[in-house]
Design a protein around this ligand. Structure first.
Ligand code: GAL
Length: 420
């Protein structure tokens, strides 16, 4: 049996654009409508209208935490224009969660930005941080009663997808701009930390893929180390050092702090030496670590969650697994995925690593960015025509784990790894 501490958070995670629906004022919506993005989020899961039912469902299932994001473009649909109604809706969501004993963990920026902000250059231009500051000030008011607030979701994924591969808005393929954006995100984080710290525990959510060398040739090993630094660690290091090492030089950024680090963990990548130091960003090959691949084409490598925790522990901060999940229609596989990853989270805990919670991605099936609605990550199935929610078996199994703070022997015997 795996026993977790009583204070451990067992939650689920979502983000505004992926579930709310009708997010018409952000950059994603704009490119969805113009056809530059292959799919339209439309009503998504219609959570903006069904939030009460959704929170009720979470409570019934026994989850004691919920990570979600607030949509900047809802609060400020146009420059200088504030939307009170959206503010009140988010307030209601927060109050409902607190009332039900579900700990909110709120992210301020999860990939989407107001279109008007992006038209001014978004995070590429430092002078635009005054708009971010205005948003964070409002968030401070909005989030009263919340403890855990994260500034950015996966900053390096945002930079990679928006400015390197440029598969995502704003589709600006420029390595120079990319690292400039990263350095400005660090400035934005520091700004938000100063505004929020004291009233909130302020964190950042970082995706930590395991980056492996394609062979044990020294060249590949070095290339993997380099990619690992550039993707996984330079950004986090700079939060304290104030020196952000991009691919082409070092940027001076403010010395700041975090009160927790959120780890998103899904899979591993493989790196081969290349003349191009940015090869990882443009052409990361997914590592082949499991015979079966998820509907995203990803290997399943449960030990990686433990490795990510062990590596992030170098910063000496409390950690939360803010995302971990699987896209599959095979719900038995989802249960196995959760249990095997929890085995490794438990191993980390038993070795003294300060992990305080686990958030499964995702609460419900949702809009998977440029992949549209096909990948099904949810514990709860969504019927996109009626918006009906149908909890899968995994939703109940995870609920039992959450309520009891235990993974029972029967579950371990059926789904667990015999040995770690
Ligand atoms: C993360 C992201 C989420 C979700 C998930 C599954 O990178 O934060 O929004 O899409 O991946 O792909």
């Amino acid at each position: 049996m795996l026993v977790f501490p009583n204070s451990f958070l067992f939650g689920t995670a979502t983000s505004s654009h992926q579930i709310e629906g009708d997010n018409r004022w952000n950059d994603w919506w704009y490119y969805e409508e113009t056809g530059k993005l292959p799919y339209k989020s439309g009503k998504a899961c219609n959570h903006w209208e069904l939030y009460k039912e959704d929170i009720e469902l979470m409570a019934q299932l026994g989850y004691n935490a919920y990570r979600f994001s607030i949509e900047w473009s809802r609060l400020f649909p146009e420059e200088g224009k504030f939307n009170e109604e959206a503010f009140n809706r988010y307030r209601e969501i927060i109050e409902l969660l607190l009332e039900k004993g579900i700990t909110p963990n709120v992210t301020l920026h999860h990939f989407t930005s107001p279109l008007w902000f992006m038209k001014k250059g978004g995070f590429l231009r430092e002078e635009n941080l005054k708009y971010w500051e205005q948003y964070v000030d409002k968030a401070a008011e909005l989030l009263k009663g919340v403890k855990l607030v994260a500034t950015f979701n996966e900053p390096m994924v945002y930079v990679m997808m928006g400015y390197l591969t440029a598969y995502w808005p704003p589709f600006l393929k420029s390595p120079f701009k990319a690292f400039k954006v990263a350095s400005n995100l660090l400035k934005a984080h520091a700004m938000a930390y100063d505004i929020l710290h004291g009233n909130f525990d302020v964190g950042i959510v970082k995706n930590i893929p395991i980056i492996l060398p394609a062979s044990n040739r020294e060249k590949d090993v070095k290339a993997a180390q380099k990619a690992d630094s550039l993707f996984n660690w330079n950004f986090l290091d700079a939060i304290w050092s104030g020196k952000y090492k991009g691919a082409f030089g070092t940027y001076k950024t403010p010395e700041s702090d975090v009160d927790f680090i959120g780890i998103n963990y899904y899979t591993a990548s493989e790196i081969k030496h290349s003349w191009n130091p940015l090869k990882f960003f443009f052409d990361a090959k997914l590592a082949d670590l499991s015979e079966r691949k998820t509907d995203m084409g990803w290997s399943v490598y449960p030990r990686g969650i433990y490795e990510a925790i062990a590596k992030v522990s170098r910063y000496g901060k409390p950690m939360y697994i803010t995302e971990n999940g699987i896209a599959t229609l095979d719900d038995e596989w989802r249960i196995e995925f959760i249990i095997q990853h929890l085995q490794y989270v438990h191993k980390a805990l038993s070795e003294g690593f300060d992990v305080r919670g686990y958030f499964y991605w995702s609460f419900v099936d949702n809009f998977e960015w440029a992949e549209g609605f096909r990948p099904r990550f949810g514990l709860i199935e969504v019927d996109y025509t009626t918006f009906e929610r149908r909890p899968r078996k995994s939703a109940y199994v995870y609920g039992e784990i959450a309520r009891e703070k235990k993974v029972k022997d029967e579950l371990l015997a059926k789904y667990g790894l015999p040995e770690l």
